[in-house]
Ligand binder design. Structure first.
Ligand code: SDX
Length: 434
């Protein structure tokens, strides 16, 4: 009787056949029906386009409670990490599962810092790109090309290779990201400086000019640190799932992270931060907001309010709240009391949250709603917003990849389908066709 307690019984009423499906519970959140034997026992697949009700893995890394607006990295609330930690420490936490000692953190920081340069041959890749291409196209090309430069660490069955590739990716993403901006602007590349921390180094490589000394603005660096921490990981989102599926075949981490970059680029995912600013610029003035809200509500109009809604959060995305607060702080510190786009964003949020359409669907601002305003205030151009997101999320992709590679349940991902195409039919010679 006991084994029945932790099961759910599925009965196929057509045949009366029953199968007991085991129930598994984790540390927090929803449990799962373990349907792995369903096909062999009932000859049926589960059907779940978009994986709305499907857990594709078990994970120790990140927990999200969408109803309560909770986000934990390895059990630590995102609010505490954003306030007290550093991005490099969060990277260590996500990769290793615990907060580092001072010595562990210093060793990890050195490992990352000492791998921030890229092979000079990689920088020559940029000359093949159109300068006016979207920087995410540069990132896709160059991160994929890392497979051709760092093939001495692509044996994914070797834990040491996995660790070296992880350090290389986390360390070199800011350099490649800054290079993509510099190339698009026709500016010379900057070399990373080991004396600078992760955020400062990125801003230096982005904006330092050979004609003048460059001092990183500490207000910008603090805001960027917050952005990086808040974007580091987010459970099994589309881009992370893309990295897991690509690498489940044994593909190397550089190629697999490319799958994540590709997925993140979409406006429904990481591309939303760029789309939000375009929306706010299109709105132009607060008096125009109702027109845009009406369009977002119109069933016959595919228009969506970018930066609103989330598959999981049916409450405030805790990251959006933290980024909105960081926006206020940054603009005050910069003495820019008024950023017209920020004012419009605050008014848009107020109007939307009072509107039944959004309330009924539990559509709240997500991480992308305010992040663009912070990046814009730092002088980072709009087409670089998703690049910054990719840079921040690389550690999440890698942590999830390393977890999957150590997971005894890991096997190549191979979803099935409900076939609704033509029934079996014979080939018709061309002279017998209508
Ligand atoms: C990220 O998964 C992650 O964790 C992602 C992320 C991460 O850190 O990795 O959090 C980062 O990608 C954040 C999301 C950024 N995207 C956007 O801001 C784009 C705008 N939002 C959406 O398109 C949408 O809300 C999604 C894609 C985020 C979620 O889509 P779902 O879960 O598939 O929801 P849905 O499309 O089924 O919408 C449910 C209803 C629909 O209305 P009905 O058919 O029920 O009448 O809500 C409506 C939708 O039309 N709706 C919106 C809306 N989002 C959903 N209506 C207007 N504006 C919107 N933004």
């Amino acid at each position: 009787m006991a084994e029945k307690q932790n099961t759910v019984t599925i009965t196929d009423n057509r045949s009366g056949k029953k199968v007991d499906i085991p129930i598994q519970h984790g540390t927090h959140g929803s449990g799962v029906f373990d349907v792995r034997k369903m096909y062999s026992e009932l000859g049926m697949f589960t059907y779940d386009p978009g994986f709305v009700s499907t857990a594709t893995c078990s994970s120790y890394i990140t927990y999200i409670d969408g109803d309560e607006g909770i986000l934990l990295y390895r059990g630590y609330p995102i609010e505490q990490l954003a306030e007290k930690s550093s991005y490099i420490e969060v990277c260590y936490l996500l990769l290793n599962g615990h907060l580092p000692s001072a010595a562990q953190l210093e060793t990890f920081r050195c490992n990352i810092t000492c791998h921030t340069m890229v092979h000079e041959g990689m920088r020559r890749f940029y000359s093949g790109f159109r300068h006016d291409a979207h920087p995410m196209a540069f990132m896709l090309g160059c991160v994929g090309a890392m497979s051709s430069f760092y093939h001495d660490s692509t044996d994914v069955t070797n834990p040491r290779h996995r660790e070296i590739s992880a350090h290389r990716l986390i360390a070199k993403m800011p350099t490649l990201a800054a290079d993509s901006y510099r190339y698009s602007m026709g500016l010379p590349f900057n070399f990373p400086k080991n004396k600078l921390d992760y955020s400062d180094n990125f801003l230096y490589m982005m904006f330092a000019l050979p004609t003048d000394d460059y001092e990183v603005n500490p207000v910008h660096a603090k805001a960027l640190r917050t952005i990086l921490i808040l974007h580091a990981d987010h459970e099994q989102n589309a881009s992370t799932s893309s990295v897991r599926l690509a690498s489940s075949s044994g593909a190397n981490p550089f190629a697999s992270v490319c799958a994540g970059i590709a997925s993140l680029w979409g406006p429904a995912h990481g591309g939303a931060n760029e789309a939000v600013i375009k929306t706010l610029e299109e709105i132009g003035e607060a008096k125009n907001i109702p027109k845009f809200v009406a369009r977002a509500k119109d069933k016959d109009d595919p228009y969506r309010l970018m930066g609103f809604g989330h598959r999981i959060y049916k409450n405030f995305d805790p990251r959006a709240t933290l980024i909105r607060d960081a926006c206020h702080e940054l603009l005050n510190d910069l003495g820019e009391q008024q950023d017209p786009l920020f004012e419009i964003a605050l008014e848009l949020e107020r109007i939307a949250l009072e509107d039944d359409y959004f309330k009924e669907r539990k559509l709240y601002p997500n991480v992308d709603f305010y992040s663009g305003i912070i990046l814009r205030a730092m002088g980072i151009p709009i087409n670089m917003f998703t690049v910054v997101f990719a840079m921040a999320r690389t550690v999440g992709w890698i942590a999830q990849w390393m977890e999957m590679m150590d997971d005894p349940e890991q096997r190549i991902g191979r979803p099935r389908q409900l076939y609704v195409g033509p029934a079996t039919r014979d080939y018709v010679p061309i002279d017998e066709r209508e």
